[in-house]
Design a protein around this ligand. Structure first.
Ligand code: GLC
Length: 721
């Protein structure tokens, strides 16, 4: 069966390949995709094609003689894409209607609607970045979600070469996509809703991996906790402040002279003992690993890689850049040998020192000497590879060396990276790199996280409180409130910045921080059920409002509110001194999660939000599964599941498993359907493979709490008096 249709004119050609999930691949010559892994599914049914026209999933598609691809839906033009191939570059461009938005492109710091901006996909670490006009950041995700003429469509460019996206910047209402990559090759996703397009795109690049439940917990970091005492002080600070905590991060100063996989034993004489101490409080250690390896003949890891020819070269010699240890060289992480050896070294290092999480950094790759020349040689046996082609996927190749180290212990990976490509989320999650403690960075982190989410990197987060420079008390509070339900929640700050831990300011900050972290812990079963769908279906945990309400034109440009799953919405204050804000509610009835205050959707309200308040809202007729009083997350210790009913009836789904092992792949998990109607509570398991530690249920309805005995099939009348 041939699933490819090719039009040839004047010695040129353009092909359309029919893939599953409403996806078409358009190409004149397919780019090499061996550096990444695509989950490529060919469609068995190819439409009938007459005169270069066909009907595909309700779309009328016409391939013109000049290779313009014109798409209509219900006789309305969706888009006309011009495909131009010149000697040294490809150019794809299309017009937008006046009413249009373009979303996507990963981590770029700008409004979600990318119209008016120019971006360049070239993974970049720049200390003064993260301004709205900065064209490149740490990640290159060439995915665009377009809304135009009442229709949505998606585009994804799979090449790892640099790309330029000019989105209504040089010419209003036009999108120009250029690349020196010498072929036209992109995927086109058709579908009525952003949700379908995003999940089809995510299926192609791979759904994000399934995280541990504990990773939804609160995390504390700093560059750096410089010695054992400072780490113990953090633990004690948290215990004293009674703020839940699950992970502490060890930044570069734990290393001996910034050498990867070493510990400075003067500062940390007993790293394993220190991690054991943290573990005794149910907190685990996450350790940083940088891509540049110190040049030092006496350093075992350097010698080892050198002997195996694992470093990239320039003009026949190792290419030497400058990173934290001074002179540093860059491994060829793409090589099979690197994966084999590095994973073993990393596994032993983590085990010997008691770390459970790995943080990968400086892997754009960054060198303080300036960018590596484009012809630095990353070739491996059988594959020529220049820095130009490897650059955007270097971070991914680095983490692919390590992401399987937990398999031996049947544990899900805890691995994250700063630099990433579109296909990275199936191996590692990401954080958004170095922001500053500035109000506009707080404002921008919301569209940034949401855009990452719809670009497939669905488990992500920003440095809470801001990384660079000192944060004010008010900013730390508002940042924690705004990020309260973001997937990855980590307070992190820079060397020399003032202490930013939640106990480092005053009692008011401590109280507010604790309050919202406790709400986050209460909502872990809700968030965890969403992580299940992220992994299984490619559905983002946090979403822009248009994801859930594509038919509501009022939500297309909302950058300061976000949806968490289908049923919750967060609307925080993100400006200094502000004590109230306008909140837009999509259709339906909504309740304030904390106060129960009711709002009727389809309009905006001005809502009072003093410093101690952020807006968390829940839809009518839904049930939110909750935990109570957790100070850390350890699934096996949790025997009570609560359900909060919003409105007089409702329903929800609840996913449950051991929260840590890979057994979910063998169907060792449960899915329950829960509902409450006419005073009758029902819980029924629809998938039942896990022996749950749940023993009790707390049902919250009618302003009361009812205690029930847990069982996987319950029907119980609740007496309302
Ligand atoms: C980079 C990271 C930052 C880290 C620092 C020191 O700037 O982005 O998070 O703290 O390096 O390792």
């Amino acid at each position: 069966m041939n699933n490819i249709y090719t039009l040839t004119k004047n010695n040129k050609s353009l092909s359309i390949e029919f893939l599953s999930n409403n996806t078409l691949r358009i190409f004149d010559k397919k780019v090499k995709t061996d550096l990444i892994e695509l989950c490529y599914k060919v469609n068995k049914t190819v439409p009938e094609i007459n005169n270069d026209e066909f009907i595909y999933q309700g779309y009328h598609v016409v391939l013109k003689d000049n290779f313009d691809l014109v798409i209509y839906k219900n006789n309305v033009l969706v888009v006309s894409i011009s495909n131009e191939y010149k000697e040294d570059q490809m150019n794809v461009h299309y017009a937008l209607s006046d009413v249009s938005s373009v979303y996507g492109l990963g981590d770029k710091m700008a409004a979600m609607n990318r119209k008016g901006y120019y971006f360049r996909q070239w993974n970049t670490d720049d200390p003064v970045h993260q301004d709205e006009l900065y064209p490149s950041l740490y990640k290159s995700i060439n995915f665009l979600l377009n809304y135009t003429n009442k229709n949505y469509f998606g585009l994804f460019f799979p090449s790892t070469y640099p790309y330029e996206f000019d989105i209504s910047h040089k010419a209003l209402n036009h999108v120009y996509i250029n690349s020196k990559c010498t072929s036209i090759d992109y995927f086109l996703f058709l579908g009525d809703k952003p949700k379908d397009i995003i999940s089809n795109y995510s299926s192609l690049v791979g759904h994000p991996y399934f995280i541990r439940m504990k990773m939804l917990g609160n995390q504390q970091s700093r560059w750096s906790y410089n010695n054992e005492k400072e780490v113990r002080d953090v633990m004690e600070g948290y215990l004293k402040a009674k703020i839940p905590l699950d992970y502490i991060h060890f930044d570069i100063d734990y290393m001996d002279g910034f050498r990867d996989f070493t510990v400075d034993t003067n500062k940390f004489p007993d790293m394993k003992g220190l991690n054991k101490y943290l573990n005794s409080h149910h907190v685990e250690g996450v350790v940083i690993n940088d891509s540049g390896v110190k040049v030092d003949e006496n350093y075992v890891f350097y010698k080892f890689c050198k002997d195996k020819n694992l470093f990239s070269t320039y003009q026949g010699k190792e290419y030497v850049g400058t990173v934290w240890p001074g002179d540093a060289v860059f491994p060829k992480y793409y090589s099979k040998d690197a994966k084999k050896y590095f994973s073993e070294i990393c596994y032993s290092f983590m085990k010997e020192n008691g770390f459970t999480g790995l943080w990968n950094d400086m892997n754009e790759p960054t060198s303080f000497k300036g960018e590596l020349p484009l012809d630095v040689d990353f070739s491996i046996k059988g594959r020529e590879l220049t820095h130009l082609e490897e650059h955007n996927v270097y971070g991914e190749h680095m983490i692919r060396c390590f992401n399987s180290i937990w398999e031996k212990d049947n544990i899900r990976p805890y691995i994250f990276t700063r630099s990433a490509f579109a296909t990275t989320p199936k191996y590692a999650f990401v954080w958004n790199g170095d922001n500053f403690s500035l109000w506009h960075h707080l404002r921008l982190c919301i569209p940034q996280i949401l855009t990452m989410s719809i670009s497939g990197a669905m488990f992500n987060g920003a440095d809470v409180g801001g990384f660079g420079s000192d944060s004010t008390k008010e900013l730390v509070i508002r940042w924690a409130e705004a990020n309260v339900l973001m997937p990855f929640f980590r307070n992190h700050s820079n060397l020399n910045s003032k202490a930013q831990e939640p106990y480092a300011y005053d009692k008011e900050l401590e109280d507010i921080y604790r309050h919202y972290i406790k709400i986050r812990y209460e909502l872990i079963p809700y968030l965890y059920t969403l992580t299940y769908h992220m992994n299984k279906d490619g559905e983002p945990i946090v979403r822009p409002l248009f994801y859930n309400y594509p038919e509501d034109k009022n939500v297309l440009e909302i950058n300061d509110q976000y949806m968490v799953g289908e049923n919750m919405m967060v609307a925080p204050v993100v400006d200094q001194g502000v004590k109230e804000r306008i909140v837009y509610f999509p259709k339906g009835i909504w309740f304030d999660y904390e106060t129960g205050e009711k709002y009727t959707g389809g309009r905006s309200y001005i809502i009072s939000m003093p410093l101690e308040k952020t807006g968390i809202f829940v839809k009518n007729h839904c049930i939110i599964p909750v935990f109570s009083n957790l100070m850390y997350i350890d699934r096996k210790e949790i025997d009570t599941i609560g359900f909060k009913v919003f409105g007089n009836s409702g329903s929800c789904e609840l996913y449950d498993d051991d929260g840590i092992s890979l057994d979910y792949k063998k169907k060792v998990f449960n899915v329950y359907k829960v509902s409450y109607k006419n005073s009758e509570f029902t819980l029924k398991s629809i998938k039942n493979g896990y022996e749950s530690p749940y023993r009790n249920i707390k049902l919250y309805t009618n302003n009361k709490c009812y205690d029930l005995i847990f069982n996987s099939d319950i029907k119980e009348m609740i007496k309302n008096d």
